[in-house]
Design a protein around this ligand. Structure first.
Ligand code: NAD
Length: 486
């Protein structure tokens, strides 16, 4: 069985306490790795290594040399592509094509894109008048913020972790990463990549463990962590924000969603079915940007529900490496219990179950995995917890609507504001509705189409701040102004 250790100051180290925990496969619940759990001592060592690296070789590098190292990291990820795919599949149980087409290539892209940006971004300058007529020149310079604590979730582990590590390092910071306890493998592999490429020791560190009273809490409370970037549940964000208030440390939060899909009768029907199918069921519904509330204009409502049901009933469950498999398990038994509790609530609240609603019969060892049926409901009241709360599972509720005003109101009636997807061939209407839906990201006739130069983040309880493109620089650097009197 694999032994996974922490990665501190360029070395893989076990925990001094000897404490370890098991990582189980979502597919069949077999133990696939033993993970060293970092205690306060390992977290202290990792943060100290990261702090020292800021003034060591890494801190002395010019932008071009730093950027070259990051291009090297991207190339080495691509060279070890199959290792990353295998590790992420083992951790998440998600199908091979999801890894090869989306999650692992994005990891490499996250280093390249931010290396390009930091090389090319200008800073502001202002010439100002002064009473003596000679004037003054102001110019801005960006400096690294320092040690960045990166706390990552399990649903797209490598993509989401590198989305933070890429820009943090491009800006000259150092990082201590706390991957999810459910998915430690790719963060560990990235340590090997960093060493191979020659990234100086202490620049990238990984500590494994849980949240409360474990590595997550030790890291986010650490006084030498200068800023914290977190992706995960809104409730966890609230706890981390309290920890960050000691020392007035900056936070960037990407959190939960309860995203609406809005389908107008004038949409391209087949594209809308494909799009909503992907947005509700990709990664077994474990995507923050996923669509759990679907609103369909009444003239096409019945046809839409029937077509989506057909599509959902055509999924193929199985091991991620099996041919033709396009639907995997949930991440863990614990998460399955949570999702199933909403399946029970939906029934109790009077839902019509269009398809699914339970646990599928899986053959042999797979029966021990965290499988649930993809599920569609109709007829729930908007007040139901199933409509209001993030389930983070392979399920959606579909409701008819009669007017643009009504659907905007329904879409906005949520504590979350992460994303929405609008399906219509009327682009004037698309612009109008996009302007009224209170979310950070709106897709029209598409979903999860990501240009990494654009702002990414949520409004309301879905997040604080924006990452992506130059927006990431706002968080990962301090802007200094220099004023020179002529
Ligand atoms: P989670 O909040 O349970 O855990 C995320 C990370 O926080 C893990 O590493 C965990 O160990 C750590 N953690 C938990 N409690 C902590 C504490 N008290 N102090 C410090 N660290 C702590 O989230 P999850 O279940 O791993 O991920 C799913 C959630 O992530 C969903 O809500 C989803 O919407 C959200 N998400 C958001 C985005 C986005 O970009 N907005 C992207 C992906 C996932």
């Amino acid at each position: 069985m694999r032994q996974i250790n922490n990665f501190i100051n360029g070395e893989f180290v076990a925990s001094s306490s000897g404490q370890r925990f098991d990582k189980r496969s979502p597919v069949d619940n077999q133990v696939i790795a033993s993970i060293a759990e970092a205690g306060q001592g390992e977290v202290d060592q990792a943060v100290t290594a990261a702090k020292n690296a800021l003034t060591g070789e890494w801190g002395q590098l010019g932008t071009n040399d730093r950027v070259d190292l990051l291009y090297g990291v991207a190339d080495e990820i691509t060279r070890r592509f199959d290792d990353f795919v295998a590790a992420e599949m083992a951790d998440t149980g998600q199908p091979h094509h999801v890894m090869t087409h989306a999650f692992i290539p994005r990891g490499a892209a996250n280093f390249k894109v931010f290396a390009d940006i930091i090389k090319n971004v200008p800073t502001e300058t202002f010439h100002m008048d002064t009473p003596d007529g000679r004037g003054a020149l102001n110019y801005g310079m960006r400096v690294p913020k320092g040690v960045i604590g990166v706390v990552a979730p399990w649903n797209a582990p490598f993509l989401l972790m590198t989305w933070k590590v890429g820009p943090a390092l491009a800006c000259g910071n150092t990082v201590v990463v706390k991957p999810s306890e459910e998915t430690p493998l790719t963060a560990t592999l990235l340590g090997e990549v960093m060493n191979k490429v020659g990234v100086p020791k202490g620049v990238y560190n990984v500590i494994n463990g849980f949240g409360p009273d474990s590595a997550g809490e030790f890291l986010t409370r650490h006084k030498d962590v200068d800023a914290i970037t977190f992706t995960g549940e809104t409730r966890t964000g609230s706890t981390i924000m309290k920890a960050a208030s000691d020392g007035i440390r900056d936070v960037s939060f990407e959190m939960g969603g309860k995203n609406a899909g809005i389908v107008f009768a004038d949409c391209d029907f087949d594209k809308a079915i494909d799009g909503i199918f992907r947005s509700a069921f990709l990664n077994t519904g474990q995507v923050c940007l996923g669509t759990e509330r679907v609103y369909v204009e009444r003239p096409i409502f019945e046809r839409f529900v029937a077509a989506l049901k057909d599509k959902v009933e055509g999924v193929t469950l199985g091991r991620p490496t099996d041919n033709g498999v396009n639907y995997g398990p949930l991440i863990s038994h614990e998460h399955r219990d949570k999702v199933l509790s909403y399946y029970v609530k939906a029934k109790a609240d009077g839902a019509t179950i269009v398809t699914g609603g339970g646990v599928p019969d899986m053959p042999g060892e797979l029966a021990e995995g965290s499988w649930v049926q993809p599920t569609i409901w109709t007829d729930l009241p908007e007040s139901s917890a199933v409509i209001q709360e993030e389930i983070f599972g392979p399920c959606c509720h579909i409701r008819p609507f009669d007017s643009e005003e009504e659907v905007v109101e329904l879409a906005n009636a949520s504590d979350y504001g992460l994303s929405t997807t609008i399906w219509t061939e009327n682009l004037t209407r698309a612009h109008r509705v996009a302007a009224k839906v209170d979310v950070g990201i709106t897709w029209v006739n598409s979903w999860f189409l990501r240009d990494l130069r654009t702002a990414f983040g949520g409004s309301k309880q879905s997040g604080i701040g924006r990452e992506g493109g130059v927006h990431s620089l706002e968080f990962y650097t301090e802007m200094r102004n220099v004023c020179i009197k002529m």
